[in-house]
Ligand binder design. Structure first.
Ligand code: GLY
Ligand code: MN
Ligand code: MN
Length: 299
C-alpha cells in the first residue's frame, strides 16, 4: 500500500510527485496507486490493510549472488557505453550523438534499455540538474557531463563522467576535476562494513575544503542502487556486505559553466568494496586520452 517504485524513480521520489500533485489546486488528482489503494479500502472495509514494503525493502538492500552477477555485467556494459561516449565527442558535435552512441553499446550488449533517461549536458547544460533534452551543439572549452546507466535483469547502474569537449581542461576545470576525483576515491577507499555515511561525508568534506571548494556537494557514500536508480533502503545504518551504493561528489558553479561530477556504483564486500563501474577510466590523463579518439565528421 505504498507508492510503487519505477526504474528511474524510487518510492520516495514517487511520493514527492504525488504530494506535489495533491498540493496543486488545479490538478488535485491522486496518483494511480493512491487511487487504487482508496478503491481497495472501499471495497474491503472489514479488512485491515498492511504495507508490506518494510519487509521487502531490506531484501532489496542486500543483493543476492544472482543480482550481483547481473550488476557486475551491467557495470561493465554501462562503463563500455561511457567509453564510447567519450571517444566520439567532438567540437561541433551534438549532445544527442553522445547519447545515441552510448545507447547503442548498451542495447548491443544485451541491456533491456536505459536504467534512467540519459543526462548529457554540455557547457551551461552541465549545471541543469536532471537535464534530459540532450539537444545542444558542443563548443570548444565546454565540459560535458554524462550520467547514464543501463537496465539489465531489471537492475540499474549509476555512472557519471565529466570530460572536456576539446580534449583539454582549463585551469579551473582541472582543479575542480582533481578535487572531485580525490574525494570520490577517498570515499570509496573508506567504505567497508560498519562504516557510516556520515564518516565518509566528513572525509570528502575535508578534501573539498583543502581544494578551496566550499558550499559544494562532497556527497560521501550516497544512495542505494538496484531496481531503481535511487533504490529503497535505510540511510541511518552502517554499511553491510551486499549493499550497492552510488558515490557522486559534485562541484557545481553555474556562473562559471562549471559542473564536475564523477560517479561510480560499488558493491560493499566483506572487507571493502568492489567498484562495479571500474571499467570506465576516471584518472585525468586516461580520460583526456580517450576524448575524440573515434570522433567522425558528419556527412
Ligand atoms: N542518475 C541519478 C543520480 O545520479 O542520482
Ligand atoms: Mn547518476
Ligand atoms: Mn546517483
Amino acid at each position: 500500500l505504498s507508492e510503487r517504485t519505477e526504474v528511474d524513480q524510487s518510492r520516495s521520489d514517487m511520493a514527492i510527485f504525488t504530494a506535489r500533485r495533491m498540493a496543486n489546486p488545479y490538478g488535485a488528482y491522486p496518483s494511480e496507486d493512491a487511487w487504487r489503494i482508496a478503491r481497495i479500502r472501499e471495497r474491503f472495509p472489514y479488512y485491515e490493510m498492511k504495507d508490506v514494503t518494510p519487509h521487502i525493502d531490506p531484501l532489496r538492500t542486500i543483493k543476492s549472488p544472482r543480482e550481483v552477477e547481473a550488476l557486475r555485467r551491467n557495470g561493465w556494459v554501462s562503463a563500455e557505453a561511457h567509453i564510447r561516449a567519450i571517444e566520439v565527442t567532438r567540437v561541433g558535435g551534438w549532445e544527442y550523438e553522445i547519447e545515441a552512441e552510448a545507447t547503442h553499446v548498451m542495447l548491443r550488449e544485451g541491456a533491456e534499455g536505459a536504467g534512467y533517461p540519459a543526462i548529457v549536458g554540455s557547457g551551461p547544460n552541465g549545471n541543469v540538474w536532471h537535464y534530459q533534452e540532450n539537444g545542444r551543439q558542443m563548443e570548444a572549452g565546454d565540459l560535458v557531463v554524462m550520467d547514464y546507466g543501463a537496465s539489465m535483469g531489471h537492475l540499474t547502474m549509476d555512472i557519471t563522467r565529466t570530460w572536456p569537449v576539446s580534449g583539454a581542461f582549463t585551469a579551473l576545470q582541472e582543479r575542480a576535476y582533481r578535487c572531485v576525483l580525490e574525494a570520490e576515491k577517498a570515499i570509496i577507499a573508506a567504505m567497508r562494513p560498519g562504516v557510516t555515511r556520515q564518516e565518509t561525508l566528513r572525509i570528502a568534506e575535508e578534501i573539498f575544503e583543502k581544494w578551496g571548494f566550499r558550499n559544494q556537494y562532497p556527497g560521501g557514500a550516497g544512495h542505494y542502487v538496484g531496481m531503481s536508480v535511487h533504490d529503497v533502503g535505510a540511510y541511518d545504518i552502517p554499511l553491510q556486505p551486499g549493499m550497492v551504493i552510488a558515490i557522486e561528489p559534485i562541484i557545481d558553479i553555474p556562473e562559471e559553466d562549471l559542473h564536475v561530477r564523477i560517479e561510480d556504483t560499488v558493491l560493499v564486500t566483506e572487507d571493502g568494496v568492489e567498484i562495479l563501474t571500474a571499467h570506465v577510466p576516471k584518472e585525468l590523463e586516461d580520460i583526456l586520452a580517450l576524448v575524440g579518439r573515434r570522433a567522425r565528421q558528419p556527412r
